[in-house]
Design a protein around this ligand. Structure first.
Ligand SMILES: [Zn+2]
Length: 209
């Protein structure tokens, strides 16, 4: 059996990372994980959850989907639901975050027609996101395509938050006020977040810091 070059290439970094956090890992194995947050974000390679949230191992439970899409409850897509149920029922997370991002290929793909033969799963999956584009295009016309893109990303996050609320476990947790939902958009251009402020009904940038 030939050696796996990917394992060889990453070994030094992996072991250095582990050594730095050896005590933390031993603690987390001995007592189990108890993350406070579930982060639902895009599969995009440019998003690194520790970079996004400044978290250590054990602090955030993560599920990634193409486009940070959350399928509504009962639609037959079970991966996100399984992560949600684990996070809420077993880990008792206090926060569920949906984080979209700029320059999102999933959102860009809504403007092209995907090959149903070649990418049938992707094409079907992105239909869950399509109402975000349809609703933005119906309400606004943008001179700047970047602003349109961000508006669709934001609308997509809002719709995924609504989809989250279709899960009975989420409804119960919201009623019992044991969980808070958060909608974020991560700017790949600036490294900054904006977040949905329900009081003002729009996304607002994080403080300049
Ligand atoms: Zn993306």
């Amino acid at each position: 059996m030939p050696r796996d070059p990917l394992i060889d290439q990453s070994q030094a970094a992996r072991l250095a990372f582990f050594e730095q956090k050896r005590d933390l890992f031993q603690e987390l194995v001995a007592h189990g994980q108890s993350p406070k947050s579930l982060l639902i974000t895009c599969s995009d390679s440019r998003i690194v959850d520790a970079g996004l949230m400044g978290t250590q191992p054990g602090e955030v439970f993560v599920v990634r989907t193409v486009g940070a899409v959350v399928p509504p409850y009962g639609t037959g897509h079970r991966a996100v639901g399984a992560a949600l149920e684990f996070a809420l029922a077993k880990l008792a997370v206090r926060h569920v975050i949906v984080c979209g991002h700029t320059d999102c290929g999933a959102v860009q793909a809504l403007d092209v027609s995907l090959d149903q033969q070649m990418t049938p799963n992707l094409a079907t999956w992105l239909e869950i996101l399509r109402p975000a584009k349809t609703s933005v295009d119906a309400r606004h016309s943008f001179d700047d395509p970047y602003l349109r893109h961000v508006a669709i990303v934001e609308q997509g996050v809002l719709m995924q938050l609504r989809n989250l609320e279709t899960y009975p476990l989420v409804q119960r947790a919201l009623e019992q006020q044991t969980v808070q939902l958060h909608g974020w958009v991560y700017s790949l251009e600036t490294g900054r977040l904006s977040y949905y402020d329900a009081d003002v009904g729009q996304f607002v940038p994080e403080d300049a810091g």
